[in-house]
Design a binder for this molecule. Structure first.
Ligand code: TYM
Length: 327
């Protein structure tokens, strides 16, 4: 079986974009691959974060991974900082990554803005840590949303450069797995921006743990336009992004959805969307609260996950060190 690796940062609220763009696809493909899914807490400290919040968020995200249906028979789930090789390989790869490549990372440019005096070196080197995550396990596929495409490309570039420098296939070149539908879920309040954990406006996203009332309110207030036609149309990003969510959740074709709402208004469509969202999220939430209320079991699952993947990571680092002349 081919190996799949992916991760989510335990920061803020996990939202519909994270679910539809990434995590749901992990669940769908899990039986087909050998899967490793990580809670990337080392990435979470690249921006300031409260220690208790980080610790809690890490456990909450683990409970969510299980609640959405990741099955321990197919998947190893673990916390990044529990396997020290992530940090070790990152240092080595930092020394093999041209600064020019990192300067071109759009996510760093957006997050750091013009604030280079307050932003950390960790944020700058964030894509190298992500490359290490993937390369440590020789992953073939990396299922992510569209915003991570450039980081997976960089991972390939780093791997290729290293392999050709030492004239041996030390690293496997990974491929991003980005679906056509839902690869980029947009903000509900500003539909030209992507939905984001760090958006200060809570109305901008549906969190996976939002209750039905909150979902109804957020969808009700989601930005649309005055045309009142329920159709996919790039000129009208508000209704189009809501329709994409509906499409991703129901799995229906665009034409089928448009036919379904022909002659109906935004109110009818929003009610149908809300109903679908509630039906999707309620069972996840129910399972989430079961997992989060058994912390001992959750810690145990994470420990077993780390113990299971560590030997793979150790072997890679050992090999890399030999190749480089370290150790
Ligand atoms: P993160 O935590 O920002 O997001 C987790 C996953 O959700 C996807 N995503 C979205 N998809 C569709 N629409 C959106 N609005 C949206 N927002 C987020 C992301 O593409 C991602 O797949 N750097 C990564 C975490 C990471 C990682 C890795 C991923 C660290 N190491 C190794 C894969 C492999 C990140 O910050 O994702």
């Amino acid at each position: 079986k081919k190996r799949t690796f992916s991760g989510v940062q335990p920061t803020g609220n996990i939202h519909l974009g994270n679910y539809l763009g990434a995590i749901r696809n992990w669940v769908v493909g899990q039986a087909q691959y050998e899967n490793i899914f990580c809670i990337v807490d080392l990435h979470a400290i690249t921006l300031p974060i409260d220690a208790r919040e980080l610790h809690e968020n890490t456990r909450k995200l683990a409970a969510l991974y299980l609640a959405v249906g990741l099955d321990l028979e197919h998947c190893k789930l673990f916390v990044q900082s529990h396997v020290q090789e992530h940090a070790e390989l990152t240092w080595i790869l930092n020394c093999f990554t041209p600064m020019g490549w990192l300067n071109r990372m759009t996510q760093f440019k957006t997050k750091a803005a013009d604030d280079l005096d307050s932003v950390s070196n960790g944020l700058y080197s964030y894509p190298v840590l992500m490359a290490s995550d993937i390369l440590l396990y020789h992953a073939h596929y990396v299922p992510v949303g569209d915003d991570q495409r450039q980081h997976v490309e960089l991972t390939r570039d780093i791997a290729q450069r290293f392999n050709s420098l030492y004239k041996q296939p030390v690293f496997t070149l990974p491929q991003a797995q980005i679906r056509d539908v839902a690869a980029r879920i947009m903000s509900l309040s500003e539909p030209t921006k992507k939905m984001s954990k760090s958006d200060p406006d809570p109305q901008s996203r549906i969190n996976l743990l939002d209750d039905p009332k909150v979902i109804k309110k957020k969808i009700g207030r989601a930005q649309t336009d005055s045309e009142r036609l329920v159709k996919f149309d790039p000129q009208r990003p508000g209704i189009t992004s809501l329709l994409s969510i509906y499409q991703a959740i129901t799995g229906k074709e665009q034409a089928v959805i448009e036919a379904e709402f022909e002659g109906k208004g935004y109110g009818d469509f929003k009610a149908a969307l809300t109903e679908q969202l509630v039906a999707t999220l309620e069972p996840i939430q129910k399972r989430y609260y079961e997992y989060i209320n058994d912390m001992a079991e959750l810690e145990n699952i994470l420990k077993q996950g780390a113990d299971a993947v560590r030997p793979i990571a150790q072997e890679t680092v050992c090999n890399v060190k030999t190749v480089v002349g370290l150790g």
